[in-house]
Write a protein that binds this ligand. Sequence first.
Ligand SMILES: [Zn+2]
Length: 133
Amino acid sequence: MSYVPATLRRVVTQRAGEQCEYCRFPQTASLFAFEMEHIIAEKHDGVTEAENLALSCPCCNRFKGTDLGSIDPETGQLTPFFNPRLQEWSEHFRLEGGVIVPRTPEGRVTAKILQFNLLERILEREQLISMGQ
Ligand SMILES: [Zn+2]
């Protein structure tokens, strides 16, 4: 994995509003440092530039790995993940309590592979909501 210079990390972190760009978990509420995620992995010739980087919580980054998409469980079609550089989160997902509900094929494969709705992740979100964050 390429080194991401501090200035670029700052740009990506601020642009993301210090939230994971996939599951929207706030960095300030996490015990772990968020990561620079290559939207298109370096393995697939993704570059280390702001346009290809997203701020990601360690959970989302680990589950996404170098994948670019998956098979949509509803249509059986090969579908790319939600791309935070090209797409609006609220067009692809909505929050229902602590559950992230996908609205689109891209939302479905992203929520499934990044495991947005593991029980402990839902409980963490519900806790944040109850604290008004
Ligand atoms: Zn996340």
